[in-house]
Design a protein around this ligand. Structure first.
Ligand SMILES: Cc1ncc(C[n+]2csc(CCOP(=O)(O)OP(=O)(O)O)c2C)c(N)n1
Ligand SMILES: [Mg+2]
Length: 369
C-alpha cells in the first residue's frame, strides 16, 4: 500500500514537515479555500431557485483543489477536470467572469457556448473545460511537450478525477508524458466517486498511485483534505518537472461531499454514514485549527472572512443577473470570417420567430442578405 503524505492530522495537529509558507500566504490559502465553499453555496442556491441551469460543487475538495494549485507559478498552466474553477479565480479569473459564465449572459467570455460551470481564462493559463472525461489529459501533455521543445520554462498541471483514470486520454497521456519526459504534473483528485461508481470499484489496482509505475514516473498518494500536504507535494512535483526530470502523478485522496452535480441525488447510491465520516475530516476546519494554534488566525476570524466573501459574491450576482443575455447573433458568428449567406438565411428565419415570441433583444435583428 502506498503511504499517505500528510502534514496535518484531522485535528489540525502537525504530524509532518510543513511547506514553507509565511503568515500572509497561510492566511491567503485559507481564504481561497473558504471562497470555494461560499461560491458553491450561492451557486447551488441560484440553481435550486431556477436562476442558473447547472452546477457541480467542490464541497470537501477545497484543500485538494486550492492546496495543489497554490503551488503553481503564474507562468504555469492548469488543465481542469470538472471542479477546479475556484483555482482559476485564485490565479486571476475575475469573479465577474466566473458568475457571468454561470448565467451564460452577455459578459460570458465563452459566449454561452459552454454549459454553465465550464470555465476558461486566457489570462491565467486556464484552457476551457471539456465535460468529455479525460480529453484534457493528452491536450495538456501536448502543450507541455511544446513548452519543452521551445525551451519555455512552464509546468502543466493536469487535473482529473478518479473516474477519468479509466479513460483513453489518461493512458495515452500518461504514456506519452513518461516517454517524452514532459514538464507536467498529473493531479488525480480521488474524491471517492465517479457519479455513482465508487472509487474502490473503478480499478483493481491497490492504489491509483501504482499506475504511475507503468508509465515510468513517480506516483504519490496525498491526504487530499490536508491543504499543507497538497501544497508541499505539488511543489515537489513541480520542482521535479522544472528541473527537466519529467512528470509525476499525485493522487489526492478526498471526498465529494455533495452530489455529482445539481442533477444528481447521491442518497440513491451511497451511505450517509460514509458522508458523516468524511465530514469529520473537513479540510477547512483542519487548516483553521492549525492557523489558530500557531497564532496566524484569531478565534472567530473565519466567520468574518466568510461574511466578506459572501458580500463580494452577492454583489457580483446582482450585477450579472441584471446583465443582458448573450446576443442571439453570436449563434452564427466566429466560425467563418464573414457569416455566409446560408447561415444568414437560417438566422433570419430564427430571429423572426424569436421576435414574435418576444425573446429577441435590441440588436438581434436580421442580417442583410
Ligand atoms: C467520455 C465520457 N464518458 C462518460 C461521461 C459521463 N460522465 C460525466 S462525469 C462522469 C464521472 C467523472 O468522475 P470523476 O472523473 O471521478 O470526476 P468527479 O466528477 O468525481 O470530479 C462521467 C462518467 C462523460 N462526460 N464523458
Ligand atoms: Mg471522482
Amino acid at each position: 500500500m502506498a503511504s499517505l503524505a500528510q502534514v496535518l492530522d484531522s485535528e489540525g495537529t502537525l504530524v509532518g514537515e510543513p511547506p514553507v509558507l509565511d503568515r500572509d500566504q497561510s492566511r491567503a490559502l485559507l481564504r481561497h479555500m473558504l471562497r470555494v465553499r461560499c461560491l458553491d453555496d450561492r451557486m447551488l442556491k441560484l440553481q435550486r431557485a431556477g436562476r442558473i441551469g447547472f452546477v457541480g460543487t467542490a464541497k470537501g475538495l477545497e484543500a485538494a483543489i486550492i492546496g495543489s494549485a497554490f503551488a503553481l507559478e503564474p507562468r504555469d498552466w492548469l488543465w481542469s477536470g470538472l471542479r477546479e474553477g475556484s483555482a482559476a479565480v485564485m490565479r486571476g479569473l475575475p469573479l465577474s467572469e466566473y458568475i457571468a459564465q454561470m448565467y451564460c449572459n452577455s459578459n460570458d467570455t465563452a459566449k454561452g457556448r459552454q454549459m454553465c460551470n465550464h470555465f476558461q481564462h486566457k489570462g491565467s493559463h486556464y484552457p476551457s473545460w471539456s465535460s468529455v472525461i479525460g480529453t484534457q489529459i493528452p491536450h495538456g501533455v501536448g502543450a507541455a511537450l511544446a513548452a519543452k521543445q521551445r525551451g519555455i520554462d512552464e509546468v502543466h498541471a493536469i487535473y482529473f478525477g478518479d473516474g477519468a483514470t479509466s479513460s483513453n486520454g489518461f493512458h495515452s497521456g500518461m504514456n506519452f508524458a513518461g516517454v517524452w519526459k514532459v514538464p507536467a504534473v498529473f493531479v488525480c483528485i480521488d474524491n471517492g466517486w465517479a457519479i455513482s461508481v465508487c472509487s474502490r470499484e473503478q480499478t483493481a489496482a491497490e492504489s491509483y498511485a501504482h499506475k504511475a509505475l507503468a508509465y515510468g514516473m513517480p506516483g504519490i498518494e496525498v491526504d487530499g483534505n490536508d491543504a499543507l500536504a497538497c501544497v508541499r507535494e505539488t511543489r515537489a512535483a513541480i520542482a521535479r518537472a522544472r528541473r527537466g526530470e519529467g512528470p509525476s502523478l499525485l493522487v489526492l485522496k478526498t471526498y465529494r461531499m455533495m452530489g455529482h452535480s445539481s442533477s444528481d441525488d447521491p442518497t440513491k447510491y451511497r451511505d450517509s454514514a460514509e458522508v458523516e465520516q468524511w465530514a469529520a475530516r473537513d479540510p477547512l476546519d483542519r487548516l483553521e485549527r492549525h492557523l489558530v494554534a500557531k497564532g496566524a488566525l484569531q478565534q472567530g476570524e473565519r466567520a468574518k472572512v466568510e461574511a466578506e466573501l459572501f458580500d463580494e459574491i452577492d454583489r457580483e450576482i446582482h450585477v450579472q443577473e441584471a446583465a443582458a443575455p448573450m446576443a442571439l447573433k453570436t449563434l452564427v458568428e466566429d466560425v467563418y470570417a464573414d457569416v455566409p449567406r446560408h447561415l444568414r438565411l437560417q438566422y433570419n428565419k430564427f430571429i423572426a420567430v424569436a421576435e414574435r415570441l418576444g425573446h429577441a433583444q435590441k440588436g438581434d435583428g436580421a442580417f442583410p442578405l
